[in-house]
Write a protein that binds this ligand. Structure first.
Ligand code: ZN
Ligand code: FE
Length: 256
């Protein structure tokens, strides 16, 4: 088994573009298409040809480059079955619980709706690599534009059983401001305090905070921690249902 190669590059204001490469079959997939220029530059730099696009959701900073890239590379576009009409140029539809092969690598699909309806995440189980789009961020989660808090909470719960060593590649560099919010709702969390300091150092050095380890997200991301007594006390919902705690946390973040 050859390791999946992941190449990460900044796009637009604060997006990350990703290329994943299977060297045995010479396949390369772009995870979303935030910006064509940097994406093509990354392909050229790696010496890879674009064979696939895996879309997490329909937003322009994720699928906006689809048609131009398909024109240029004749690549196959994979996206959500339940949101096919909003994914430009879609060829192959997938849904929750589906698996497919990308060369030597298996890809598991999770529906993680909430930010949008039909938002999906791509998990490479042999490599412990997760592309979470705008569903799960480092220390955050996506804004609820189309779904409900209950839906987003059940979406995020699908990711919790994945191994702690899973690398979470989210679509935006929002981590530093996410950390400030996280500290405001869970001030006593020592792991979070340490992580916030590490994030400040990375950003001061101009380095990305993504990917992050799922185990660290479980320990520090307030949107995965409605069971935390510290969080519940801070937001005034001691012993409330987890979904209620999650919903209130999301609400507070919207106006932070
Ligand atoms: Zn989005
Ligand atoms: Fe986005």
């Amino acid at each position: 088994m050859h390791k999946l190669q992941v190449h990460q590059f900044p796009c637009l204001q604060d997006n990350y573009g990703y290329l994943v490469h299977d060297s045995v079959h010479n396949l390369t997939a772009a995870i979303d298409t935030p910006e064509i220029g940097p994406l093509n530059a990354a392909l050229q730099q790696q010496g890879w040809h674009l064979t696939h696009i895996f879309n997490t959701h329909h937003h322009f900073d994720h699928a906006g480059g689809n048609l131009a890239l398909k024109d240029q590379w004749h690549c196959t576009i994979v996206g959500s079955r339940t949101d096919a009409e909003r994914i430009p140029g879609i060829d192959v539809t997938v849904g929750d619980g589906d698996s497919f092969d990308f060369g030597e690598h298996r890809v598991d699909v999770f529906d993680v709706s909430g930010h949008t309806l039909g938002h999906i995440a791509f998990y490479f189980p042999d490599d412990h690599v997760l592309f979470s789009g705008d569903a799960l961020f480092a220390l955050g989660c996506g804004r609820l534009f189309e779904g409900t808090a209950a839906q987003m909470w059940s979406s995020l719960q699908k990711l919790l059983p994945l191994p702690d060593e899973t690398l979470v590649y989210c679509a935006h560099e929002y981590t530093q401001s996410n950390a400030r919010f996280a500290l405001s709702v869970e001030p006593q969390n020592a792991d979070l305090q340490a992580r916030a300091r590490a994030i400040d150092q990375l950003r001061a050095a101009g380095k990305p905070t993504v990917p992050s380890l799922l185990g660290l997200e479980k320990a520090t991301n307030p949107f995965l921690r409605p069971m935390s007594g510290d969080l519940q006390r801070t937001i005034g919902l001691v012993d409330a249902d987890w979904v209620e705690v999650f919903a209130r946390t999301r609400q507070l973040k919207d106006s932070f």
